[in-house]
Design a protein around this ligand. Structure first.
Ligand code: SF4
Ligand code: SF4
Length: 442
């Protein structure tokens, strides 16, 4: 079944999805694999191997007893040459297992489909797969699929919107593995007790819509929710609101609004794990931007340095202004091409000055465009003013914690105000100085 939905406020961006026709190609195993012990939201993994150990592909090399955590596996076989602190994403020092791959690429013996015969064994399998949200968020999937006691979602929302320019990684998953996506949805419905599912996908992907429709034709629990192409349609809270009219309140989870949300590549990988027992070792990454010689969609062994990914794309043709991990709106700028691809890397963009430069700010002209484009109904100009003037006491009234940091306000601002940056500062200030509820005296 197909249903069409009207979008909530957002902005229109040029697609720039020039790689949508590029079938997935595999990047060769590099000379060195760097596997950080932080690849998800939650507790860091603790390395379970040490320098000199031989490892096999699929072997757990990092884990933790913490609930919000997922194990990390060796993506290749080889020898651990070091376990050391490395400057990683967000300028954090992260414990990293460094592996020198061997020529054999031996798999860990005994990798086989997990036995799943109950909700508990299903969740155990999801954790063992190492799955974290592959769309970019990186939340451990076994936590997401296990809502708090007393909360039973009635809808599985599959996020195939992929609304950021350039990125076509999820689109390729839809084109190359539609049957596996549908089977994955059916597995999740079966073991979580959720009644039905809806696949949220933008109307600029007609071929993927047709394929998914064809494969889901015989299952009336699965609906295709076709969305108008608009940014940030794929943001979790925006997607839920567009498809269901339900709102996820600040500080609450989608499950509190009756929804489980999974990225489309995540649900497809999960089915692959249930079928084969092969944990998360590779990731498809869109590689694009003005300086990439041969843009494409590349399947990359997790831990491969970005420089090796670029080499597999024919190399770079110029000195980048910026290398982004993720899309141009929400991606994170990398300090070096030596950092590795991790589980939730969905795109690498190599930008020139025109696309990646930071224009100078000028005074706000109070045009209101930032507020009109905000999907969360905020007033970015007011938050920006409060931060610039250090008027921290004003922040609580502006609902800054509702900001999903989509960047729409900054994008549309004719004065190039650093709106998202100032809202991040505001959120940081609110977290550090929470307003204490007044205790009413009897
Ligand atoms: S879009 Fe920019 S210039 Fe316009 S009101 Fe917002 S901050 Fe001011
Ligand atoms: S205020 Fe936040 S949610 Fe609203 S447009 Fe700006 S970045 Fe997006």
């Amino acid at each position: 079944m197909i249903r069409r939905f009207k979008p909530v406020p957002g902005i229109h961006l040029a697609d720039r999805k020039g790689t949508e026709g590029c079938r997935t190609e595999t990047v060769p195993i590099p000379g060195q694999i760097l596997i950080p012990m932080v690849q998800h939201i939650g507790a860091a993994c603790v390395p379970t191997v040490k320098k000199g150990d031989a490892v096999l592909a699929g072997q757990v090399i990092g884990d933790s007893d913490a609930y919000v955590c997922a194990p990390i596996h060796a993506s290749v076989s080889g020898v651990v040459t070091a376990v050391e602190s490395m400057l990683c994403f967000g300028n954090r020092q992260v414990q990293t297992v460094i592996i020198r791959p061997d020529a054999d690429q031996r798999l860990l013996p005994g990798l086989s489909p997990p036995v799943v015969d109950s909700r508990e064994s299903f969740l155990k399998a999801v954790r063992a797969s190492g799955l974290t949200g592959l769309g970019g968020a990186g939340f451990p999937a076994h936590v997401k699929l296990n809502p708090p006691k007393g909360v039973q979602p009635d809808l599985l929302v599959i996020n195939a919107a992929e609304c950021e320019p350039f990125i076509t990684s999820d689109y390729r998953e839809c084109m190359e593995h539609p049957a596996r996506i549908v089977a994955g949805i059916q597995s999740v419905l079966k073991w979580t007790g959720v009644d039905k599912a809806i696949i949220g996908i933008e109307d600029n992907k007609p071929e993927a819509i047709a394929l998914l429709r064809e494969h889901a034709r015989d299952d009336d629990r699965i609906t295709l929710g076709v969305l108008k192409s608009q940014y940030p349609q794929g943001a979790e809270r925006v997607l839920i609101h567009t498809l269901t009219g339900r709102r996820v309140k600040t500080g609450k989870l989608p499950a509190d609004a009756g929804c489980l949300v999974m990225n489309v590549t995540s649900v497809s990988f999960l089915q692959s794990y249930l079928d084969t027992g092969m944990p998360l070792m590779k990731k498809r990454v869109t590689v694009d931007g003005p300086f990439v010689k041969k843009p494409g969609n590349m399947e990359v062994f997790i831990g491969t340095p970005l420089s090796d990914v670029f080499a597999a794309c024919g190399g770079l043709t110029g000195q980048p202004e910026k290398i982004l991990m993720g899309g141009p709106m929400m991606g994170v700028s990398m300090h070096s091409a030596d950092v590795p691809v991790i589980k939730n890397t969905n795109a690498l963009l190599v930008l020139d000055r025109q696309l990646g430069g930071m224009p100078a700010e000028s005074a706000c002209i109070r045009c209101g465009r930032c507020a009109r484009g905000c999907p969360m109904g905020l007033q970015p100009l007011d938050i920006n003013r409060a931060v610039v003037n250090r008027a921290w006491e004003e922040l609580p009234s502006y609902q800054a914690m509702d900001c999903i940091e989509c960047g729409s306000c900054s994008y549309v601002c004719p004065a190039n105000r650093y709106l998202v940056q100032s809202i991040r500062l505001a959120k940081d200030h609110i977290r550090r100085h929470p307003v204490k509820a007044e205790v009413k005296k009897a």
